[in-house]
Design a protein around this ligand. Sequence first.
Ligand code: RNT
Ligand code: ZN
Length: 421
Amino acid sequence: MPDDQKAIESSYEQAKALYAKWGVDTDQVLDQLARIRVSINCWQGDDVRGFEGSDELTGGIQVTGNYPGAARTPDELRQDLAKALSLIPGKHKVNIHAMYAETKGAKADRNELKPEHFQNWVEWAKTLGIGLDFNPTYFSHPLSDDGFTLSHQDPKIRQFWIEHGIACRHIGAYFGRELGVPCVTNTWVPDGYKDLPADRLAPRRRLMESLDQILAADVDTRHNIDAVEGKLFGIGSESYVVGSNDFYLAYAAKNNVTLCLDAGHFHPTESIADKISAALLFVDHLLLHVSRPVRWDSDHVVVFDDELQRIMEEIIRSGVSDRVFIALDFFDGSINRIAAWTIGTRNTLKALLKAMLEPTAVLKEYEAKGDLTSRLALMEELKSYPWAAVWDYYCLRQNVPVRDQWLAEVKRYEQEVLLKR
Ligand code: RNT
Ligand code: ZN
């Protein structure tokens, strides 16, 4: 056994003993962590370009940076994703968008997309034992150029997008059926105004009616789970977003669909962590877009910050990990894109692990007894407990690089693959 491995194992044993004193079984925690699938956003790999030949990203989202090596083809994107997945412990999901269809040269507009256009993705996912999630693409298309899609005042344009939404739900069900892991199909539309609207109501009513039509299509809910994602503002929709959080919270509760909370889509001091327990009393499932807002941007690579830890703590403390789908949503073109995936996903898993290692029962007991001093004292002391030793051991056991060792692998891949593109 190499020295390094011995050191990791003995640190783990020490950590295990410390957590055991609080009644936490670290072995069990690692089994629990291994059962969680994080949905990794494919669009980090190609700067949200897709394979439709369009160079322009619209919809009020933006990627900056021109780090070399962005994936240009489906095969390159899958190869890069597979590389990232090999550096991340556990079995996960990959989240794709309708614009990543492969129509093999045939013309298929967004409303004509079919499962067969995603067959390569499914076959690839099967070989890796991962699941797929899906998103209709309501941006980067001529019929979204004036900033409206499902809430457009022109019924023909609305109809086009409704058809797209329905097509995507069928594709989602195909993913779920083929892969044996339900697919979450998430609807986000960019619709909104840069400046003050005279009518806030009518577009919202149209959005509601369009969603009703999309969801009325008969799709097997065992394989496809529908989610809706709101937003506070986008670039070019600063004054008004049709699909706001209030709109979707009410819509999801009333129609029993999954509510998507994107960490970057709220006022700066508002935290999605606090929304989880509130929303889950009224909807069955939540989808999280784990992201990091920085000033006006909502999509920086996820780092191990307080917000990330609060989100994961809420999921674990409330015991709702089977009702919350965890997906990532960020895009940074200024750093190595495989590193971006690896950093963001490993951080998400670390925060989950740290939350799972918490003796929550003890904290809740202090709280019930009114001993808020002990509650705060233990919460703070736990921050410096050796959870990182448990993480290192998990990586070792899952056969992925321990600590920063993954970086050398990414650098090698950059030399051998990315810089040759
Ligand atoms: C945009 C939303 C949405 C997108 C992806 C690409 O503000 O967050 O989730 O980021 O669908
Ligand atoms: Zn999002």
